[in-house]
Structures are given as structure tokens and as C-alpha cells.
Design a protein around this ligand. Structure first.
Ligand SMILES: Cc1cc2nc3c(=O)[nH]c(=O)nc-3n(C[C@H](O)[C@H](O)[C@H](O)COP(=O)(O)OP(=O)(O)OC[C@H]3O[C@@H](n4cnc5c(N)ncnc54)[C@H](O)[C@@H]3O)c2cc1C
Ligand code: FES
Length: 278
């Protein structure tokens, strides 16, 4: 059992949860994730390791409530425990001195960019974080991000904070001032990652994206997380989750993500019906 050490609702439906998992905290690297199961009846879901502390033996999760399992997770409190907590899984991010890197997070995708930004800075890069949100009130982790990077560029869809527009407007603002980016890492909704990749293809900037297909076992056994990259089938859980964005078949990814929509709606309705909805 894995004890919840702290829990905070950072913005409506977005939770920061610290979980006691000393062995994972000791081994974790930027870009990796865990798979958890709340209880005996629960489904397994993957969540990125948003931060880890080997001294306190804790792992930070940042998650958005969107369906049955994230609703159940959000209903747990400090002192409660999670039944299964497996990791670290997936390939770590490639961290080296590239020069100047932009680490781009959209919405909840800001959380997984934090450990990457931190590791990139420690490897000697100049790190610019582009953080996108629909509106100012739901932007997460601004202070934490500012503490590890050289510069933060914020974009909001409604213009309530930073540049009005999308993270791609943030990239454009850097290009317009003559910034030469050697690598971009983008994490967020699939449509956001696709837009970033379209923009950086023209600009000829190497771009890494972190893919989030449905995962079940997280160990390469079930085939649930199949993605097409460079015309070849890859398993996001063991070959990724990070891939060269210019080689990813985003159309295939978007189609696969819609596959279980009916079952997911039924599961969420059940959770709300039995009174666990938050
Ligand atoms: C490697 C990886 C890292 C992730 N990290 C985070 C994170 O740090 N924070 C966060 O909020 N979310 C993260 N996600 C997405 C998260 O796993 C889903 O939001 C979660 O599984 C939804 O489960 P649910 O039962 O609440 O909702 P459901 O109603 O079951 O699903 C809603 C949507 O979530 C996605 N989803 C559902 N089940 C899975 C699954 N087993 N694997 C992947 N996606 C699924 C689907 O796109 C689906 O349309 C990550 C996904 C992957 C693959
Ligand atoms: S989640 Fe089963 S193969 Fe990747």
C-alpha cells in the first residue's frame, strides 16, 4: 500500500498528490511515469512522475479529474493509501547539453515538463519554459517552474495573462526576437503537440513529444498503447512515452484515443452514481 502524504486542489479538478514510494523516488528520472490502481476493483492508469524526492521517499503526481479512476483518486485523502503503484516506467527523457531548449507544457501537460526542465537546466542548457493555459486562474506550477528555468513565457487562450493565444504564439515570440532553439519538448493535449510539431517542422527544430495513448499494463505486454512512429509500430509504454514529434502519426493517435469513449462514460457515470464524484 502506498500512503498519500499530501493533497492539494491546485485549480478546479486539478490535484497535486504526494505519495510515499521510496523505491520509485530513488530510481525515477525525468520523463518517466507510474501506473496505479486505487483499489481491488480499480482500473490501472498511468500518471507522470511530476517530481520526486529520494530523501523523503515521495513522488509527486499532478492529475486532472476526467473519468472514473481520476475521480476515485481525487476522493482519497491524506493518510489514505493507493493499492498498486508501479514504476518508474517508460524511457527517461534524453537529457544532455543541447544548447538552448524550449520546454512547452499545455494545461495539465505543464506538470510533466517540470522534471524535464529541471534536468535540462542541470545539464547546462539555457531553458525557456513556455506554459499555456486557457485562462490565468488555471495555470499551474508557475513558481515551481520559474525556480528552475532561465525564462518563462506564458500564453493564455483568453489573454488574461501573458501572450494572448496558444503555446505556438509563444514559440513565434521567441523566433521573432531571434532566439535560436536547439530542441523543443512539448507535452499536452494531442492537438497542441501536433500544432507545435507543425510549427517546428517549418522552423527545422528537433521536437520531442510525450504521447498519452490508453495504457493498461505499462510493460509492453497488452499492446494497448500502440502508436505509429516513422511508419513503424511502437509501444508508448516501453519505447516511449517520448518520441520524435516529426515522425509521429497524430491522425492514428487521435483515432485510437476515441476508441473507448462509450465505456469511459459508463464508468464515470457509475462512479458519480455511487457518490464518489468530486
Ligand atoms: C504516459 C502517460 C502519462 C500520463 N500522465 C498524466 C498526468 O501526469 N496527469 C494527468 O492528469 N493525466 C495523465 N495521463 C492521462 C491519464 O492516464 C488519464 O487521464 C487517465 O487514465 C484517465 O482515467 P479515468 O478513468 O479518470 O478517465 P477515463 O474516462 O477512463 O478516460 C478519459 C480519457 O483519458 C484517457 N485514458 C483513459 N484511460 C487511460 C489509460 N489507461 N491510459 C492512458 N490514458 C487513458 C483517454 O484519452 C480517455 O479518453 C497520462 C497518460 C499517459 C499515457
Ligand atoms: S500499456 Fe500495454 S503494451 Fe503498453
Amino acid at each position: 500500500m502506498f500512503k498519500i502524504l499530501s493533497k492539494k486542489e491546485a485549480s478546479p479538478g486539478v490535484y497535486f498528490m504526494e505519495v510515499e514510494a521510496p523505491r520509485i523516488a530513488k530510481k525515477a528520472k525525468a520523463g518517466q511515469f507510474i501506473v496505479l490502481r486505487v483499489d481491488d476493483n480499480g482500473e490501472r492508469i498511468p500518471l507522470t512522475i511530476a517530481d520526486y524526492n529520494s530523501e523523503s521517499g515521495s513522488v509527486l503526481l499532478v492529475f486532472q479529474v476526467i473519468g472514473a479512476t481520476t475521480t476515485e483518486l481525487a476522493a482519497l485523502n491524506v493518510g489514505d493509501s493507493i493499492l498498486d503503484f508501479v514504476g518508474p516506467l517508460g524511457q527517461p527523457s534524453e537529457i544532455k547539453n543541447f544548447g538552448t531548449v524550449a520546454v512547452i507544457g499545455g494545461g495539465i501537460g505543464v506538470a510533466p515538463t517540470y522534471p524535464i526542465a529541471k534536468a535540462m537546466k542541470e545539464a547546462g542548457n539555457k531553458v525557456i519554459a513556455i506554459m499555456g493555459a486557457k485562462t490565468k486562474d488555471i495555470l499551474i506550477m508557475e513558481d515551481k517552474m520559474r525556480s528552475v528555468v532561465d525564462e518563462v513565457v506564458i500564453t493564455t487562450d483568453d489573454g488574461s495573462y501573458g501572450i494572448k493565444g496558444f503555446v505556438t504564439n509563444g514559440i513565434q515570440s521567441l523566433v521573432d526576437r531571434g532566439e535560436k532553439l536547439d530542441q523543443v519538448t512539448a507535452i499536452g493535449p494531442v492537438i497542441m503537440m501536433k500544432s507545435v510539431v507543425d510549427a517546428t517542422r517549418d522552423l527545422k527544430i528537433k521536437t520531442v513529444v510525450s504521447l498519452n495513448p490508453v495504457m493498461v499494463d505499462g510493460t509492453g505486454m497488452c499492446g494497448g498503447c500502440r502508436v505509429m512512429v516513422d511508419g513503424k509500430m511502437k509501444f508508448a509504454c516501453v519505447d516511449g512515452p517520448e518520441f520524435d514529434g516529426h515522425k509521429v502519426d497524430f491522425k492514428d493517435l487521435m483515432n485510437r484515443q476515441k476508441m473507448y469513449r462509450d465505456e469511459e462514460t459508463v464508468a464515470k457515470d457509475h462512479i458519480c452514481h455511487i457518490g464518489l464524484g468530486v
